[in-house]
Design a protein around this ligand. Structure first.
Ligand code: UD1
Length: 379
């Protein structure tokens, strides 16, 4: 059974790692990893393959950056050519990036069955490119591998229940297999000389946070938190670095806001676990914070991971300074048992660490059904 896994951006490498490992335990499956080249900086790409022991991609399509249409169009063209040459039994896509959409669309039009890992997430904000990508991908895919109850409900509400399976969260599997290694190998706390003092961990990269209109508001939030509550460590995504140069060229990080290069996955886990609070507009980091017990403050108007809110693990504050300050202050006042209880709650919500194996079984069944039906890859 030949399975093509299509990835291209940082969060997808994390989700790919456990699924790839699970498929390797099924000798009837041969995987071909296609890297679209959406993320190309070594710190956003190669470090994930190295740190998470992901097999090297069979091909890198090297699409690089561009507008959404340029990037997606280049991927579609190159993925289609690859799929026509390889004729796999199924294609696997992850999450909500342009690589996800391009992989699903190219495969669906060639009548190759598509499995979507992390299906059913919704922010209900159609201004987010990720929301458009995930909604479209779910409607194109043949097998929807959903992480949570909320994701299953979203799929049912769109008439997609028959294709959906709740498998648990592959990011939880990824975290379980990496956290001990991170504690053992990562020296990031020592390198940054963080000692025992509390610090906040910041990431910002969403399109909506990095516009000329919104970036100053985000910077104002960070400055006030650093001045009034806790110093911040901020690994800066290349998109944000570029936005700082073009939208706020005069801005210099104030005392208490430490800008650093993007981190590899093990250093990131180590910092997240050690942080007094996580402040982010990322989707995956909200969840990783929850899994590691760290309180999260989300610099967005909404979240697709709604269970983080009901569990009291996350506070959505938009770009409001006073709401952000209050949430960070509450987080700093938390006692250790609260963090321990939070991590236990996350474990109960996101599965038992076997999500990737369930994905592998479902994907192999999908590919086998397709083989039984005679396959249909055709231009
Ligand atoms: C993408 C995903 C987002 C995911 C994020 C993880 C889409 C629409 N968005 O956002 O869902 O959470 O990845 O990081 O697919 N750049 C570099 N080097 C790189 C990659 C990007 O310099 O290796 C710069 C380029 O200037 C590029 C910009 O970052 O134009 C944005 O990159 P892009 O791939 O469009 O989206 P991300 O913001 O990374």
């Amino acid at each position: 059974m030949r399975l093509v896994q299509i990835v291209g951006a940082r969060p997808q490498f994390i989700k790919l790692a456990p699924v790839s490992r699970a498929l390797a335990c099924h000798p009837e499956a041969a995987e071909l990893i296609v890297h679209t080249g959406q993320h190309y900086d070594p710190q956003l790409s190669q470090v994930f393959f190295d740190s998470l022991a992901i097999p090297p991609p069979a091909v890198n399509l090297e699409v690089g950056s561009g507008t959404h249409a340029q990037q997606t169009a280049a991927m579609l063209e190159r993925i289609e050519a690859y799929l026509l040459a390889e004729r796999p039994d199924a294609v696997i896509v992850y999450g909500d990036t342009n690589s996800t959409l391009a992989g699903a669309l190219a495969a669906a039009k060639l009548h190759i069955p598509v499995a979507h890992v992390e299906a059913g997430l919704r922010s209900f904000n159609r201004r987010m490119p990720e929301e458009l990508n995930r909604v479209t991908t779910d409607h194109l895919a043949d097998l929807l591998l959903a992480p949570t109850d909320a994701a299953m409900q979203n799929l049912a509400a769109e008439g997609l229940a028959a294709r959906a399976q709740q498998v648990g969260d592959v990011m939880y599997d990824a975290l379980l297999s990496s956290i001990a290694v991170a504690r053992d190998r990562s020296r990031v706390l020592e390198q940054l000389q963080l000692g025992a003092r509390p610090f906040g961990l910041v990431t910002v990269h969403r399109a909506d946070s990095t516009t000329a209109a919104q970036l100053p508001a985000v910077l104002a939030v960070l400055e006030r938190i650093a001045a009034a509550v806790v110093p911040l460590v901020f690994p800066v995504h290349p998109r944000t670095r570029a936005a700082l140069r073009s939208c706020a060229p005069q801005w210099r990080a104030p005392q208490g806001v430490r800008l650093i290069e993007p981190l590899g996955p093990l250093d990131m886990l180590r910092l997240t676990e050690a942080a007094a609070v996580v402040i982010t507009d990322s989707g995956g980091l909200q969840k990783e914070a929850f899994m590691l017990g760290a309180p999260c403050v989300t610099l967005r108007a909404e979240t697709e991971w709604t269970e983080t809110l009901t569990a009291g693990a996350n506070c959505v504050v938009g770009h409001e300074v006073s709401a952000a300050l209050a949430a960070v202050q509450r987080a700093l006042a938390e006692a250790l048992p609260t963090r321990v209880a939070r991590a236990r709650r996350a474990a109960a919500l996101y599965g038992d660490g076997q999500a990737a194996e369930r994905c592998a079984q479902q994907i192999l069944a999908l590919a086998a059904r397709e083989r039984g039906a005679g396959g249909a890859a055709a231009p």
